[in-house]
Design a protein around this ligand. Structure first.
Ligand code: URA
Length: 212
């Protein structure tokens, strides 16, 4: 598994505002979108391209365009939805599938409650959007779901990650034939006893959409 911590000063600045408990939901949503666009720039470094011919006002030349099939972007509901706009702004040709995962707050186990994805993901590059890589349970379950449908190249884009979650994912995909990458804005210190990332930013879903 590859891990990329995108420690760019702009990302660090936006993350610091995001972490601040005084940041309101509209600002939080806006910052998440901006952060995802910056993270997506890193995450799409290996997106597949094809050579095409293009006529400039000066000469016929060759350039690169994104190859088919288009990448599949999969936000994990509910908090991953807040990352979708920032991702599709950068990759407007991407297709979007949805995966609803819920975490039992006692056992911290993740399970699927909804999905809207093609049955066959063979040959697709997939980008999973989940703001908080905490225990790793949700992401491992989501990525396994995509692997079962044939995906072999999967990149998870996370705003924050905990070392425990990264370690859990590394163990889970140690012998996987799929290529798994995690791109995160920061690697935080630890998880607390409630499964929250420390220092973290609290409950990403609640901060995006309010407590429901
Ligand atoms: N999910 C969140 O929203 N926040 C955390 O800190 C951990 C999991």
């Amino acid at each position: 598994m590859k891990i990329h911590v995108a420690d760019h000063p702009l990302i660090s600045h936006k993350l610091t505002v995001l972490r601040d408990e005084r940041t309101d939901s509209p600002t939080f949503r806006h910052l998440v979108e901006e952060l995802v666009t910056l993270l997506a720039y890193e995450a799409t470094r290996d997106v597949r391209t094809k050579t095409v011919s293009v006529k400039t006002p000066v000469i016929q030349t060759q350039g690169l365009k994104m190859a088919e099939p288009a990448p599949m972007v999969v936000p994990i509901l509910r908090a991953g939805l807040g990352m979708l706009e920032g991702m599709v702004r950068l990759v407007p040709t991407a297709e979007v599938g949805f995966l609803g995962m819920v975490r039992d707050e006692k056992t911290l186990q993740a399970s699927t409650y909804a999905n809207r994805l093609p049955d066959d993901l063979s040959g697709r590059q997939c980008f999973v959007l989940d703001p908080m890589l905490a225990t790793g349970g949700t992401l491992v379950a989501a990525i396994n779901y995509l692997i079962e449908r044939g995906a072999i190249e999967i990149t998870a884009i996370c705003i924050l990650a905990a070392p425990e979650g990264i370690a859990f994912m590394e163990r889970a995909f140690e012998n996987s034939p799929a290529s798994i990458t995690v791109v995160t804005g920061a690697l935080d210190t630890k998880l607390n006893e409630h499964g929250y990332i420390v220092p973290g930013l609290g409950d990403a879903g609640d901060r995006l959409y309010g407590v429901v």
